[in-house]
Write a protein that binds this ligand. Structure first.
Ligand SMILES: [Zn+2]
Length: 251
């Protein structure tokens, strides 16, 4: 669905990207870097309300750069030879990183046909029945699309090995979560949740939903990292690091 708002955001993004290309052509000093593609950059392009959203080299978003930086710095780790389930794998920098670090990399999506990615499997999280299969399940901007997030969190919990963890990122606002349903019109969902195919708008209580599913939760926010790191990589967002502890429910 093309709306005026979206077309306007795209135009501003294009203008911002063009400006960065001009600055690069003028040999501006590359004071910044992108952890996703490892390239020095002269700045980041604007998208929506964020003036430093995208990497001009690879297009990586702030959340993708945050995950890449945490993998670089040891804030997030994949066990050697571990198995990683990557849901909605449309972040090229992270696909390469997971492929390199995981012994068993499984990209998956409800609509695998829209990806040009070898080995991608069809996966409906509402009917996801794996048991103690994965070390890491990564789902960025996925949970706001599923009909029953309690069921999906429970399915993800079951699919993780003990000691495994889910790295979840969702669009967040500072008000309590508002749930929608499939019966709502696309126009209504765009108006209430910011995008036609979103089914809810999460607030800080997403944390409670994760804990209710049995996880131990740590939240990793870009704003808690050093100012130098935040600025150099233009990091933003929060990762909900949901761990399935070694002894179920006891620690
Ligand atoms: Zn990049």
């Amino acid at each position: 669905m093309i709306t005026f708002q979206r077309a306007s955001k795209a135009a501003i993004k294009w203008a911002s990207l063009s400006m960065l290309k001009l600055r690069k052509a003028a040999r501006a000093k590359s004071g910044y870097g992108c952890p996703a593609c490892k390239k020095p950059v002269v700045g980041f392009f604007r998208y929506g309300a964020n003036p430093r959203w995208g990497c001009p080299s690879c297009g990586a978003s702030p959340r993708q750069r945050l995950v890449a930086h945490l993998l670089d710095s040891g804030g997030l780790t994949i066990p050697p030879g571990g198995s990683v389930l990557h849901i909605a794998p449309n972040e090229a920098g992270l696909v390469r990183r997971f492929q390199a670090q995981a012994g068993d990399y499984v990209p998956a999506d409800l609509h695998p046909e829209v990806y040009a990615l070898e080995g991608i499997i069809p996966l409906d999280l509402m009917r996801f029945e794996a048991s103690q299969r994965y070390d890491v399940i990564y789902a960025s901007h996925v949970m706001e699309h599923v009909e029953d997030d309690a069921l999906v969190l429970s399915n993800i919990y079951a699919a993780l090995k003990f000691g495994g963890e889910a790295w979840l990122i969702v669009p967040l606002c500072d008000k309590p979560t508002i749930d929608g349903h499939r019966g709502m019109s696309q126009r209504e969902r765009e108006k209430r949740f910011g995008q036609w195919d979103h089914i809810r708008q999460y607030g800080p209580d997403f944390a409670d939903r994760i804990r209710t599913a049995g996880f131990s939760l740590e939240m990793i926010a870009a704003r808690d990292l050093s100012q130098v790191v935040q600025d150099r990589y233009a990091l933003d967002d929060v990762i909900f690091r949901a761990r399935k502890l070694q002894v179920d429910g006891l620690r």
